[in-house]
Design a protein around this ligand. Structure first.
Ligand code: C5P
Length: 473
């Protein structure tokens, strides 16, 4: 949505304030976020129509307005086409991108050229198509590093199993793979392949690795395949890929201008110089949420206890060990618009860890087994929820072994959180801690929703959607 252009057409900021019944700070927020709230859009449509804009929906919805030209080449996309049968659909994708006013440059792998001709992509994109890493002309005119750097987003559609595998390994043996290593722009991949190839553990491992590295996916859909088989593997709908591309563009993330703080992982409470009390939290859920919010444009501070998860691309990581340090780091991250406490914070620390510092508790040192004296740790969620700089949205988790919903509802009110995501701890055969999957009950002041079991990444995406609905509409 071209907020600046809309404000200009409507006669400036003061006019729009009066029209929408909001103050100057709201207008500057809309500018920062790159969109108006949904509730204000009917008034804007009316006012734009009154100004003689005959297709205001297009303007509000981002596209090029034929008459004013607003929105033309508002973004530049590098589309990489790899060699699968779905490559022919990429030609239509170029058309959709152009229709939104985005400039498109196309890179084709050798395999893609077996399916479609570069000339078709060149005609539709209005730009030369690149394919050869060592082409002197391309290097003189453009150079692969410049090509990788000058775009707002890189989209790989279709992404074959082979292309995903090579990207996961960091290959740079053709122009397309080299660009993916050299670019600082966000990357979207839309895989398309035979259902067995997609479901293969090797492809799934590559997908997870790429996802964790910050690549956004428009996941394949189910249906009849060109190879005659049925299943998950078809290229996502082109509209879905276009919408996912749009979200990657600068200033277009719905949470642009929003600050989020997230706690994740376990805490370690030292007993002595070498021992500590900890828990089985892996940090997977908290990290997935940090990733999803960052992708939606939020500025994210991730305060994490010791985990094996890599910090997601684009978030500021504050690594801590103890609950006390996590608490201090969380308070230091205020003010924030959203706080999400996904960490499994140790309830207690060792009361006398000072005395035992640098001294190991050892059998035989004293005639009896030592007794550990504990002291209560700060409750980070409660202290944020009751803080004078309380974020607009405070979200906690509740992992319970029994009476899940009852305890979780009670926790929401007692701690002062807006939302609680409750999940069972699971058992030995199906643990939630450390697993890639989660079954969540979503508890708000309005009531309870049972979310279907899903990957922690999907739970994170769903939560992000709810946050966007809450804060941006
Ligand atoms: O451990 P408990 O069940 O009370 O955790 C519920 C919620 O409170 C979680 O979101 C957790 O991150 C948060 N919490 C916290 N600080 C604590 C204990 C829990 O932020 N000391």
């Amino acid at each position: 949505m071209n907020v600046d252009a809309i404000i200009k057409i409507l006669g400036g900021s003061a006019e729009v304030q009066t029209l929408l019944g909001v103050g100057a700070s709201a207008i500057s927020n809309y500018r920062k976020r790159g969109h108006f709230p949904k509730s204000k859009q009917p008034r804007l449509l009316q006012a734009l129509q009154a100004k003689g804009i005959d297709d205001p929906e297009t303007l509000i919805g981002f596209g090029v307005n034929a008459r004013t030209g607003i929105g033309a080449t508002s973004a530049s996309i590098l589309l990489i086409i790899s060699g699968g049968i779905a490559a022919y659909k990429s030609l239509e994708l170029i058309r959709l991108y152009r229709g939104r006013g985005w400039g498109v440059r196309v890179v084709m792998t050798a395999g893609a050229q077996e399916f479609i001709r570069p000339l078709a992509a060149a005609a539709l994109s209005g730009n030369a198509v690149y394919s050869d890493l060592f082409s002197l002309t391309d290097e003189a005119e453009m150079g692969h590093i410049r090509l990788a750097r000058m775009v707002d987003a890189v989209v790989v559609a279709p992404a074959t199993a082979n292309f995903m595998a090579r990207t996961a390994q960091g290959f740079a043996d053709d122009l397309a793979s080299t660009i993916l290593l050299a670019t600082a722009a966000p990357i979207l991949m839309a895989p398309a392949m035979n259902p067995f190839m997609w479901a293969h553990p090797a492809t799934q491992a590559n997908y997870r690795q790429l996802y964790q590295r910050g690549i956004v996916f428009a996941l394949p859909e189910s249906g009849a395949m060109a190879c005659g088989e049925e299943g998950e593997g078809r290229l996502a709908e082109l509209e879905t890929i276009t919408a996912a591309t749009e979200k990657l563009l600068p200033g277009k993330g719905r949470l642009g201008g929003i600050k989020a703080l997230i706690t994740s992982g376990p805490t370690h409470e030292p007993i002595d110089a070498v021992r500590y009390i900890a828990n089985r939290s892996s940090g997977k859920q908290g990290h997935a949420i940090a990733r999803a919010l960052a992708r939606a444009g939020a500025s994210v501070t991730l305060i994490s206890g010791p985990v094996n998860e890599p910090p997601p691309h684009g978030v500021s990581l504050v690594a801590v060990e103890t609950a006390k340090d996590m608490h201090l780091a969380a308070l230091a991250a205020l003010p924030a618009d959203i706080a999400i406490c996904a960490a499994a914070v140790g309830d207690f620390a060792i009361a006398e860890s000072k005395k035992t510092k640098n001294k190991k508790i050892k059998r035989g040192v004293s005639p009896t087994a030592p007794t550990l004296k504990l002291k209560t740790n700060p409750d980070i969620l409660a202290s944020i929820a009751q803080h004078k700089m309380r974020p607009r949205l405070v979200i906690g988790f509740a992992a319970e072994t029994e009476n899940l919903l009852e305890y979780a509802k009670e926790k929401r009110t007692r701690k002062g959180a807006d939302w609680i995501l409750a999940n069972a701890v699971g058992d030995k055969d199906a643990p939630v801690f450390g697993s890639d999957y989660n079954k969540v009950h979503f508890i708000t002041a309005k009531g309870l929703e049972d979310w279907a079991e899903a990957s922690k990444m999907e739970v994170a995406e769903k939560l992000t959607t709810r946050i966007i609905e809450e804060l941006c509409t």
